[in-house]
Design a protein around this ligand. Structure first.
Ligand SMILES: *Cc1c(COP(=O)(O)O)cnc(C)c1O
Length: 388
C-alpha cells in the first residue's frame, strides 16, 4: 500500500514516521493519556515515566551527561528561538553580541534579525564555496561583548557539515556559549555534545522518522552551566524553561526514533551515500554541465544538491510529475528568490536558480533511485532542448 503517488526524495524537508515509532506512540493517545505533570496518580505517573524514557533515549544519542539536560519543545524552530532569545536575555549583563552565519536556517536568522531590532548586535559570517565558515574569521569576530556563537551542524539545503568540534573549542577558549541547530544532523551523523564542546543544541523529531511538532533542546548543566531565560511562560514545566503540557505521544515517538537511528545510523548512511553518489555520477554522465553544491565529503550522506546548467530548478520540479524533489528548503520555496544558501556560496545567480535538492531516506528502494535518475535526466534534457 502506498499513499504517495510519487517517489519521495525530499527527506531533508521531512520524513515519514517509522512504523516502529508509530507503534510506540499509539498507546499514549487512548490508553496512557495522563498528564505527565499530574504525578499524584498512576495515569500521570505512567505518562511521566514514558517521557523520562524518551529523555534518556535523547540523552544517549547526544552523549549528554544527564537526561535533565534535555528540554522538550514543539520542534527545532522553537528550540532555536529559546536558544537565541534565551541567551540574549539571560546574558544581557555580560554582552550583547551574537555570531552566526549567512547560511543558517530561517529559524535562526529571523531570531537574529529580531534581536538586532531589539538592540543586540549580530555578526553574520560568510561561508566559502562549500558552505563552511572560516575559523580564523570566527576567532576575529569574537569580542569581549560576544555571548553566543550559533552555527548549524549540518545545512538543510546543501548538506554541508560544519567543523563543529573546532567551533566548540574556539567558543570554549573565548568563554562564549556555542549553540548548534542539529535538526538535520542528529540521528543521521554522529553527534557528541561532550566531545564537540556543544553547550546548546536544537533538534527535531520529524527529520529522523519521528512525528512532526515535537523536538528538543539540549542545555548543558555543567562545565559551564548554561542558564536560559524562557520564551514561553506558564506552569513551569521542563525546569521552568518551557511551560506547557508535554506532548507525551510525540515525545515517546521522538525517543523511539532516536533509539532506532542510533542502531541503524551507520548502515542507513552507507546505503544513502551510495545512492547520492550514484545519482551524481549518472546525472553528470548524461547531462555534462552539472555542479554539486555543498562540500564533496563533509556532507550529510542522504543529501545531494546540484545545479544543472541551463535547467531552471522551478521548471524541472514542475516537469517531474512522479518524483518529489526540492528547489530549496521547504520554508523558502514559496518565494521566487533563489535560495539564500546557494547564493551565499559565491557563484552566479544562474547556479542558484538551477539548484535542486534531492534527499533520500528509508522510504526509498534502489528502484526508486533508478527511476528518479532517469526521470530527472529526461526532464532536464527536455528543458535544455526547449531553451536552446
Ligand atoms: C527542519 C529544520 C528546522 C525547523 O524544525 P521544525 O521542527 O520543523 O520547527 C530548523 N533548522 C533546520 C536546520 C531544519 O532542517
Amino acid at each position: 500500500m502506498s499513499a504517495s503517488p510519487y517517489i519521495y526524495l525530499d527527506h531533508n524537508a521531512t520524513t515519514p514516521v517509522d512504523p516502529r515509532v508509530l507503534e510506540a506512540m499509539l498507546p499514549y493517545f487512548t490508553e496512557i493519556y495522563g498528564n505527565a505533570a499530574s504525578i499524584d496518580h498512576d495515569a500521570g505517573h505512567m505518562a511521566q515515566q514514558a517521557v523520562e524514557v524518551a529523555r534518556e533515549q535523547c540523552r544517549r544519542i547526544l552523549n549528554a551527561r544527564e537526561s535533565k539536560e534535555i528540554i522538550f519543545t514543539s520542534g527545532a524552530t522553537e528550540s532555536d528561538n529559546i536558544a537565541l532569545f534565551g541567551v540574549a536575555e539571560r546574558y544581557a549583563d555580560k554582552g550583547d553580541h551574537i555570531i552566526t552565519c549567512v547560511t543558517e536556517h530561517k529559524a535562526v536568522l529571523d531570531c537574529c534579525h529580531r534581536l538586532e531590532q531589539m538592540g543586540k548586535r549580530v555578526t553574520y559570517l560568510p561561508v566559502d564555496q562549500y558552505g563552511i565558515v572560516d575559523l580564523d574569521e570566527l576567532r576575529k569576530a569574537i569580542t569581549l561583548r560576544t555571548i553566543l556563537i550559533s552555527i548549524m551542524f549540518a545545512n538543510n539545503e546543501i548538506g554541508t557539515i560544519a567543523p563543529v568540534k573546532e567551533i566548540g573549542t574556539i567558543a570554549r577558549e573565548h568563554d562564549v556559549l556555542f549553540h548548534t541547530d542539529a535538526a538535520q544532523a542528529l540521528g543521521h551523523v554522529p553527534v557528541d555534545v561532550e566531545e564537540m564542546n556543544i553547550n546548546i543544541l536544537s533538534f527535531s523529531a520529524h527529520k529522523v522518522y519521528g512525528p512532526k511538532g515535537v523536538g528538543g533542546l539540549y542545555v548543558r548543566r555543567r562545565n559551564p552551566r548554561v542558564k536560559l531565560a524562557p520564551v514561553i511562560y506558564g506552569g513551569g514545566h521542563e525546569i521552568g524553561l518551557r511551560s506547557g503540557t508535554l506532548n507525551v505521544p510525540g515525545i515517546v515517538g521522538m525517543g523511539k526514533a532516536y533509539e532506532i537511528a542510533a542502531a541503524q545510523m551507520k548502515s542507513d548512511a552507507a546505503r544513502f551515500e551510495v545512492w547520492t553518489r550514484k545519482m551524481l555520477t549518472e546525472i553528470t554522465d548524461q547531462l555534462g554541465s552539472v555542479h554539486m553544491n555543498g562540500h564533496p565529503v563533509k556532507r550529510l550522506p542522504h543529501n545531494l544538491n546540484i545545479s544543472i546548467e541551463g535547467v531552471e530548478s522551478k521548471s524541472l520540479v514542475v516537469q517531474l510529475k512522479n518524483v518529489a524533489i526540492s528547489t530549496g528548503s521547504a520554508c523558502t520555496s514559496a518565494s521566487v528568490e533563489p535560495s539564500h544558501v546557494i547564493s551565499a556560496l559565491g557563484f552566479s545567480p544562474e547556479r542558484a536558480h538551477s539548484a535542486i535538492r534531492i534527499s533520500v531516506g528509508r522510504s526509498n528502494s534502489p528502484e526508486d533511485i533508478k527511476f528518479a535518475v532517469t526521470s530527472i535526466i529526461q526532464s532536464a534534457k527536455r528543458i535544455q532542448s526547449l531553451v536552446v
